[in-house]
Design a protein around this ligand. Structure first.
Ligand SMILES: *[C@@H]1O[C@H](CO)[C@@H](O)[C@H](O)[C@H]1NC(C)=O
Ligand SMILES: *[C@@H]1O[C@H](CO)[C@@H](O)[C@H](O)[C@H]1NC(C)=O
Ligand SMILES: *[C@@H]1O[C@H](CO)[C@@H](O)[C@H](O)[C@H]1NC(C)=O
Ligand SMILES: *[C@@H]1O[C@H](CO)[C@@H](O)[C@H](O)[C@H]1NC(C)=O
Ligand SMILES: *[C@@H]1O[C@H](CO)[C@@H](O)[C@H](O)[C@H]1NC(C)=O
Ligand SMILES: *[C@@H]1O[C@H](CO)[C@@H](O)[C@H](O)[C@H]1NC(C)=O
Ligand SMILES: *[C@@H]1O[C@H](CO)[C@@H](O)[C@H](O)[C@H]1NC(C)=O
Ligand SMILES: *[C@@H]1O[C@H](CO)[C@@H](O)[C@H](O)[C@H]1NC(C)=O
Ligand SMILES: *[C@@H]1O[C@H](CO)[C@@H](O)[C@H](O)[C@H]1NC(C)=O
Ligand SMILES: *[C@@H]1O[C@H](CO)[C@@H](O)[C@H](O)[C@H]1NC(C)=O
Ligand SMILES: *[C@@H]1O[C@H](CO)[C@@H](O)[C@H](O)[C@H]1NC(C)=O
Ligand SMILES: *[C@@H]1O[C@H](CO)[C@@H](O)[C@H](O)[C@H]1NC(C)=O
Length: 744
């Protein structure tokens, strides 16, 4: 039989996976967040760039009418893009948040020395339905002869009371005005009391700017979103060109005197629909809001298709069943079960959710396979002698077959044949001819990576699929072991954040591994390159961290014994064009920790990432992966390399430098500037604290990977929990810096 035919037969399914893992994964491994309607049926849910969730709406019948047209919106399409206005006002809406905020643009009040400039000393904020958000805004007056006051109504003790706030700004010379200081000289500010609404804002001059008209010819007053404003000397004159400024309003259902409790008494007017909870406004008696119950998502104000059950089982990332395929969705939640051979432990969630039913049997099995892989040489010899016999019988003596044999092809074949039945995907055995064609005969121009391990080529298969082909450098028993190791491990894992092994080629002296091609390079490259680093903003970094953690958590928990990667670093995290992280390079990986007697003779890790405990125990465990991952987290936070001798002493090792900075509460000093902004500082701190816990010198004190993955995912969900994309936060950071508002 010619070898090609034999090899063709070898396109076998690697079913090894079924031994340890659950049922095969479905084709649709992850599903994008389910779409749900936000507006009433038949109503338009966008106006230009603004998403319009009910109770807001455009046109009669599309919004909740509580009198005064309160939630009505006018969409004016004579602008491009069209602009949304609060009905019957000239206030533009830029964003409606389901958490009860409304971002708008509002006019400023102005009065000038030269009244022909177009005075408008009053600005009308009399919106009966919307209070000015007290925590996000402030009242600002600008000018050197300026008196600003706002008069409005506060609902207090079940009564409406008039309330006034004012601020005065004066200065005699331009020198008295200081950039960044808004404390009465050129600029004054006042904070807003609780529950103030229906405001009139007025700006006046005391002496009609007579003495200051050269440098401050006008007075201005406005309410503005704090984070959007920092005072500069130039503002004394340049506000002339500004018409409107951003402001945050609050919205809620019901009158000022209504609470969830009073609203529920009249169900025909109660706005919260099925599967919701009701939330009172700040304090009580500012109206109420609705929110979907846990386990549901959607628009809580819609009657028919409002809060809908989340199918957690479809979203593998966020069901915490140990075996993702043994998940049962039901209204408002899900539960887990365990595959055959396992028994449920507690609720089936988390890494301890399913435990082997027959521990002994299981351990024996695990032992056999671990030994098979770890003592690869022995296994190789044994199998090779076996395969030698088989081959002798068949009288096949070509060189290719020898290589195939030496490269452990028959071990693989045997393993594969043993478990034909259930398998999720197939590992293909490629012919050398095919791979030569794919890489232009391994031409140098196809090299995409090179290192101690060998060379990686980019190839293109006849079906136009792009692949990465890894060719190990040296050929010795150790490497064959690693090679088989990687094949066996990778054929066991099927996770969206782990690089897929498509197959291997065993006909060459040096074994070749064929992977899917991940087209956007390594995380290392993205952090190292200044231009690229600016592209990966904090949200993307958090995504990469969470996905890498997810993959490691899967490796540590989905298989038993766990798979330990042993060489986590930024060069082993690949990114695709959507910045989805893919963990690669399993050459050093092992199933399970080594026995005491089998300590590794070869240092596997990479400088800067290596678990400090390794130097005592000579063992790499799951907690070593956690340590290395901690270093990756710190790199994402700081943009610095793990080891750099050009840095000053004490900063050479990034992890060391990071830990000491954390201890001295100087985190902000080492964070990469471009990822820091007011909105995410809490999140950065939380991630830094996770990293700190990963870098614990004692392995047992480090968090388990499952926990880290869950925390990171939680942070991602929290920051995404918005119907509308948040404003471009990057632009705000300089303002915040100068105001020194960053908590340390
Ligand atoms: C589940 O994960 C997806 C994507 O990772 C996210 O969009 C969604 O909000 C999550 N849902 C829950 C209920 O955690
Ligand atoms: C919704 O309104 C926008 C802007 O006015 C318009 O471009 C779009 O076609 C409308 N969509 C529907 C479904 O009416
Ligand atoms: C839309 O805006 C234009 C320009 O400001 C204005 O002339 C027009 O009256 C507006 N249309 C509506 C329907 O409000
Ligand atoms: C003001 O807005 C912030 C978010 O921007 C929100 O957390 C806060 O609750 C709002 N204040 C009131 C009084 O609703
Ligand atoms: C605001 O100004 C309008 C018009 O001048 C006036 O009718 C109203 O009473 C004022 N409101 C307050 C709270 O002063
Ligand atoms: C204030 O800021 C402006 C830029 O807006 C700059 O030109 C000016 O030099 C600054 N003045 C001081 C005293 O820092
Ligand atoms: C104040 O002046 C600065 C510097 O010219 C400018 O960048 C900023 O936009 C001005 N602020 C406002 C609210 O217009
Ligand atoms: C709520 O206030 C309105 C007037 O603002 C009043 O007519 C109504 O009776 C009050 N309702 C309750 C339940 O207090
Ligand atoms: C309940 O609400 C409906 C609709 O808003 C209203 O017509 C009705 O008078 C209210 N009933 C009571 C008892 O307040
Ligand atoms: C709001 O009402 C709830 C329940 O009626 C009460 O427990 C809470 O103390 C009230 N809060 C304020 C700030 O009045
Ligand atoms: C709420 O759910 C109940 C039972 O599931 C159903 O009978 C009722 O029609 C639902 N109400 C709305 C407003 O959808
Ligand atoms: C999981 O939920 C399903 C459907 O509600 C139920 O039949 C099953 O008994 C539950 N299993 C466990 C372990 O709670």
């Amino acid at each position: 039989m010619p070898p090609q035919i034999l090899l063709g037969q070898l396109m076998i399914r690697v079913a090894f996976v079924s031994l340890f893992l659950s049922k095969p994964a479905h084709a649709s491994f992850s599903s994008p967040a389910t779409k749900f309607p936000i507006a009433k049926r038949g109503c338009n849910d966008t106006c230009g760039d603004v998403k319009i969730p009910y109770p807001f709406g455009i046109g009669q019948g599309c919004y909740l009418d509580e009198g005064l047209g309160s939630f009505g919106i006018t969409c004016n399409s004579s602008y491009n893009p069209p602009k949304a206005f609060l009905k019957d006002t000239k206030i533009d809406i830029t964003e409606i948040s389901p958490q009860g905020q409304l971002n708008v643009l509002q006019f400023i009040a102005r009065e000038c020395y030269d009244h022909t400039l177009g005075d408008e000393p009053r600005a009308d904020y009399s919106l009966p339905k919307f209070a000015i958000n007290r925590t996000s805004n402030k009242l600002i007056g600008i000018g050197c002869d300026t008196s600003t006051y706002a008069e409005g109504i506060r609902f207090q003790g079940h009564k409406n009371m008039k309330h006034k706030i004012r601020c005065i700004s004066t200065c005699d010379t331009p020198n008295a005005v200081i950039n960044g200081s808004c404390s009465g000289s050129g600029c004054c500010q006042a904070s807003i009391p609780k529950g103030m609404k229906i405001l009139n804002l007025t700006v006046r001059s005391v002496e009609n700017h007579i003495f200051v008209r050269n440098f401050s010819p006008c007075s201005y007053a406005f309410f503005i979103q704090k984070s959007e404003f920092n005072f500069y000397f130039d503002n004394l004159t340049n506000l002339e060109r500004t018409e409107k400024l951003p402001l945050v309003l609050n919205w809620a259902i019901g009158d000022e005197n209504q609470t969830c409790e009073t609203a529920k008494q009249n169900l025909s007017s109660y706005a919260c629909q099925n599967n919701t909870i009701c939330i009172n406004g700040e304090g009580n008696y500012t109206g109420y809001r609705c929110s979907c119950k846990e386990g549901y998502q959607g628009n809580p104000y819609l009657t028919n298709n409002g809060c809908q059950d989340i199918n957690e089982c479809q979203m593998k990332e966020n069901n915490s069943c140990k075996f993702k395929d043994f998940c049962h969705n039901f209204e408002g939640g899900y539960n887990c079960s365990c595959p055959e051979g396992y028994t449920i432990n507690g609720d089936g969630k988390g890494s301890e959710g399913c435990i082997p039913r027959h521990k002994k049997h299981h351990q024996l099995l695990a032992g056999i396979i671990t030994a098979g892989i770890m003592a690869g040489n022995v296994a190789l010899l044994a199998f090779c002698s076996w395969c030698y016999n088989v081959y002798k019988k068949r009288k096949m003596t070509t060189l290719r077959e020898k290589f195939f044999r030496d490269n452990g092809g028959l071990i693989l074949q045997k393993k594969i044949k043993g478990q034909e039945e259930s398998s999720s995907y197939t590992t293909k055995i490629f012919s050398i001819e095919g791979l030569k064609k794919a890489t232009n005969n391994f031409h140098d121009s196809k090299i995409i990576g090179q290192g101690g391990f060998g060379i990686v080529y980019k190839g293109c298969l006849p079906d136009k699929r792009e692949v990465a082909i890894k060719k190990s450098k040296l050929i010795n028993h150790n490497q064959i072991e690693q090679f088989i190791n990687e094949v066996v491990i990778l054929s066991q894992v099927n996770h969206k954040n782990v690089v897929k092994l498509l197959g291997c080629c065993l006909e060459t002296e040096v074994p070749l591994l064929v992977y899917e091609f991940i087209n956007n390079g390594t995380l290392f490259k993205h952090l190292d390159d200044k231009h690229m680093a600016s592209e990966i903003c904090w949200d993307i970094r958090l995504k990469i961290a969470a996905e890498t953690a997810e993959a490691l958590s899967y490796l540590h928990s989905a298989a038993s014994p766990p798979i330990i990667h042993r060489d986590i670093k930024t060069t082993n995290i690949l990114l695709d064009k959507n910045y989805t992280a893919r963990v690669s390079d399993f050459g050093a990986s092992r199933l399970g920790p080594l026995d005491d007697t089998q300590f590794s003779t070869m240092v596997q890790g990479t400088r800067g990432y290596l678990d400090p405990e390794f130097f005592q125990t000579f063992q790499l465990t799951e907690k070593s992966d956690v340590y290395s991952f901690g270093v990756v987290l710190v790199e994402l936070l700081t943009g610095k390399k793990p080891v750099c001798f050009e840095r000053s002493e004490g900063e050479i090792s990034l992890s060391h430098h990071f830990l000491s900075s954390m201890k001295e509460n100087r985190l902000l000093e080492i964070l990469e500037d471009r990822i820091v902004c007011e909105g995410n500082i809490e999140q950065l701190k939380q991630v830094a604290s996770l990293a700190e816990q990963c870098l614990n010198v004692k392995g047992e004190d480090r968090l388990p990977m499952q926990h880290i993955a869950m925390e990171l995912m939680g942070l991602r969900i929290a920051s995404k929990h918005n119907w509308v994309q948040s404003a471009n936060v990057e632009e705000l950071s300089p303002l915040i810096d100068q105001q020194n508002q960053m908590p340390v």
